[in-house]
Ligand binder design. Structure first.
Ligand code: BGC
Length: 805
């Protein structure tokens, strides 16, 4: 007998359904922000989870195809978005490059009536050369306001990989060869940007120090060099600023892709350092999405359907525990919760570009480094009016590098414009020769799309040969300024010839111009508009002054003119060494490493991938740690920079001659010259090397004084803790401060030590015990100090009458 549902019961059922609907049954589906994150995750299907941890795709043919674009057009030109899940109240968020300014399309859908330009800030190398964390924070705050105003949630910056080698193609995006500078400058930038309620992504984590074979290269590096050099800056930044996100890098470390390395992303980053945020991959970084989930790489960018599918399959077949995935999902949701998109921020698309241009210019002025100034060639004398400007770089400013570190800016101020704006008469005939040459050369290379340029970059325009015809046009000018420009960017490292080393035409230009001007007792000034280190030793004696302008952002020409004219007194110092020659660099023997071409493959979008390996045999002896310890004289040392005034260092005091749990260091810096100026002061520490090999000294703290008027002084205070005394002992995986004599060395550069004072540590302190992880699989023949000439450190301790006291 068929059983029929009694009509009355059915009626009741219908009534209850409508009642539940009216009372919000539909709303009882958890909503992000209203329900707990756990409840939202509980309501998600596996497919939704696997979508959320994988970005929304990239509009590039062959990259797995663009996935369903949800807010693809919200911020045109942004690097990526995440998936929205509207039924759970989860919006899509937008992430965008990059380190030197917001990188988005300036024009949308061909409509030129409205533009979306962003400020090109001075590149990272310049910002670090300011050694001024307050300034960098201010830049960050203005930078972050553009991120916010353009509807972006997370800025894919700052970048803080170490300048391991001068040819690193992305060095302009990175701060320094030293992790203490890189770490504190990064923290300041993160704090500035994030003060706007938007996120940052500090990148590329870690040991990503070259562009050659960047997606395949295995960085073989010791635990100690990792901990002390390549991870240290990230550690400082995480602990000081707790950025919203970290971006893992493309390379492998000791055999494993960083994005698949649990010990990097979880053991070290989260458990040891206490990182609370999310980790995303670099774009298409790593290979195995399941391993990435397990490692704690929560978001795969820009994301492909295949990655989501692999995650779904792995949960279904039991190779990925759904709890692990839930943890990744939770971190994505926590990020979304913080985002302006989630909060419904009504962005204006109208940042205050005028105000920001001024901040960009001031920052540029603060980070340019005066490398040479014989006979006070600079600032220009009062009688200087007519300037002859040589070098194509004088007529086209390189505001910043290429690739994702580029910025679509409304304009750039070239050197010729900057000098004219400052009231100088720049020789119009010389200018005409250069501008016609540039126009002709540019016409030979029509503009390419971003990806074409990436695959096959347009060669830089070669320098113009300066002949007597050009020179004769400049006969009545008061001074010669010669500009040398360099550009580089992601995907490629720089070259030794015609890049690190000047081209023959450039050298001949310098010599010809210098001879002509010097023969009339006129000065010659070189302006270096470069993103990374170049060779200077072979030509610098030909010229009177050299100003390292770096790649100074969109207002560069005005900033250079302010320094040349003396309106601004230069106060930048090098955060990266200029070697005498390339081969002097400790990494030159191992850069960019070995390739294994027989194992090459081709990516889905046609790029050849050659497996490669680079061994960091220089160990901790990177940059000045090497030059100082091994007594190799560089062209310009780490921490070096001239000023238009002089400073004396006085009255160094340590709070105690014996270290207990900290030591306070004070001293006074006085402007003894005639011009107001700022001084960058540096504290180096020499530590006993009884059990561990150590560099002769290492930077532990730095500061920039206020603008000191002539005769005025400022007292500087630094505090050293046990952590500052410690080195990483590989055997015990711990940071140990060794007992013995230490010297605090206060320098105006890493070699110009103004005075020093000793203290002792009675017995070893184990400052921190870490996990034994990321060990190399092979023996590394690491550079050691044995054989290095004694640095005189002990002599100095014995008769330490401080210089300058
Ligand atoms: C770069 C990253 C960048 C990302 C998104 C990658 O090629 O290495 O630094 O953030 O692209 O544009």
């Amino acid at each position: 007998m068929k059983k029929f549902f009694p009509l009355r019961v059915f009626g009741l059922f219908l009534i209850s359904i409508s009642f539940l609907t009216v009372c919000g049954f539909a709303q009882s589906v958890p909503q992000l922000g209203k329900s707990s994150v756990k409840d939202v995750i509980g309501a998600m299907t596996l497919e939704e989870k696997a979508k959320l941890v994988v970005g929304n795709g990239f509009n590039m043919p062959g990259a797995g195809g663009p996935t369903i674009g949800q807010t693809k057009d919200k911020v045109a030109g942004a690097a990526g978005t995440t998936f929205a899940i509207p039924r759970l109240g989860i919006p899509s968020i937008v992430v965008s490059d990059g380190p030197a300014g917001v990188r988005i399309d300036s024009i949308r859908n061909g409509d030129r009536s409205k533009t979306y330009y962003a400020t090109a800030w001075p590149v990272a190398t310049l910002l670090a050369s300011s050694w001024d964390t307050a300034l960098v924070k201010k830049v960050g705050a203005a930078f972050g306001s553009e991120v916010h105003d353009y509807g972006i949630d997370v800025l894919l910056a700052p970048a803080l990989n170490i300048h391991r080698n001068p040819l690193g193609g992305r060095n302009f995006e990175y701060y320094s060869e030293d992790p203490v500078v890189a770490g504190h400058i990064t923290a300041a930038m993160v704090n500035g940007v994030e003060s706007n309620g938007v996120g940052t992504s500090i990148k590329h984590f870690a040991a990503n120090n070259q562009e050659t074979n960047r997606n395949t290269v295995n960085s073989v590096v010791s635990e100690r060099a990792l901990r002390e050099i390549y991870l240290k800056g990230f550690e400082i930044a995480v602990k000081e600023a707790q950025p919203w996100t970290v971006m893992s890098s493309y390379n492998k470390i000791n055999g494993t892709y960083t994005s698949e390395e649990y010990d990097l992303l979880t053991t070290i980053l989260r458990k040891e350092w206490g990182f609370k945020g999310l980790v995303m991959t670099d774009w298409f970084g790593g290979k195995d999405p399941v391993a990435q989930m397990k490692a704690g790489n929560d978001l795969l960018m820009p994301g492909t359907k295949e990655q989501s599918q692999k995650i779904i399959d792995a949960v279904k077949n039991g190779t990925l525990d759904e709890k692990v995935l839930d943890q990744n999902v939770e971190r994505v949701l926590n990020l979304v919760l913080e985002s302006p998109s989630f909060k419904g921020y009504k962005y204006s698309d109208k940042p205050d570009l005028k105000k920001d241009a001024e901040i960009s210019r001031t920052a540029a002025e603060e980070g340019m480094v005066l490398l040479r100034n014989n006979d006070n060639a600079l600032p220009f004398s009062k009688s200087t009016q007519k300037v002859a400007l040589f070098g194509i770089g004088g007529y086209q400013l390189i505001a910043g590098g290429t690739g994702s570190g580029d910025v679509n800016k409304a304009y750039t101020v070239s050197l010729v414009q900057g000098l004219s704006n400052a009231g100088y008469e720049v020789n119009a005939d010389v200018k005409n020769v250069y501008t016609s040459y540039l126009a002709e050369e540019k016409a030979k290379h029509p503009k390419k799309s971003f990806f074409e340029e990436f695959r096959n970059p347009t060669p830089p325009i070669s320098e113009m040969f300066v002949d007597n015809g050009v020179l004769s046009k400049a006969a009545s000018d008061d001074i010669a300024v010669i500009a040398i420009g360099r550009n580089a960017g992601e995907g490629r490292d720089r070259k030794l010839e015609n890049d690190f080393n000047l081209s023959d035409t450039e050298k001949s230009m310098i010599k010809t111009v210098a001879d002509a001007f010097h023969s009339q007792n006129k000065k010659v000034v070189v302006v270096l508009n470069i993103g990374g280190v170049i060779e200077v030793a072979s030509w610098r004696d030909n010229v009177d002054a050299i100003l390292l302008a770096w790649q100074p952002g969109l207002e560069g020409g005005n900033a250079v003119a302010a320094i040349l004219s003396g309106k601004v007194n230069p106060s930048g110092k090098l955060a990266t060494t200029f070697p005498l020659k390339y081969d002097d660099d400790p990494s030159s023997k191992n850069f960019p490493g070995k390739e294994f071409p027989d194992q090459a493959t081709t990516t889905s979008f046609g790029m050849k991938q050659i497996p490669a390996e680079v061994t960091y045999e220089e160990g901790v002896y990177v940059g000045y740690r090497y030059y100082n310890t091994f007594n190799i004289t560089p062209a310009y040392e780490f921490g070096y920079g001239l000023s238009y005034t002089d400073f004396s260092y006085e009255n160094l005091k340590l709070s105690s001659g014996e270290f207990k749990d900290k030591i306070t260091v004070t001293f006074t810096v006085k402007n003894t010259g005639k011009t107001a100026g700022k001084e960058v002061v540096q504290l180096y520490l020499s530590a006993p090397a009884n059990k561990m090999d150590k560099p002769s000294e290492e930077l532990k703290a730095f500061a920039k004084t206020n603008l000191l008027q002539p005769g005025k002084s400022q007292t500087i205070t630094f505090t050293l803790t046990a952590a500052d005394l410690a080195s990483f002992d590989t055997n015990s995986s711990s940071w140990i401060a060794e007992a013995g004599p230490y010297a605090v060395r206060i320098g105006s550069s890493s070699t110009k030590i103004r005075f020093s004072k000793p203290f002792t540590l009675a017995s070893d302190i184990v400052v921190e015990k870490d996990n034994k992880v990321l060990s190399p699989q092979v023996n590394i023949n690491e550079l050691k100090k044995q054989g290095a000439k004694e640095t005189g450190f002990i002599d100095e301790l014995n008769n330490f009458s401080a210089v300058g006291q």
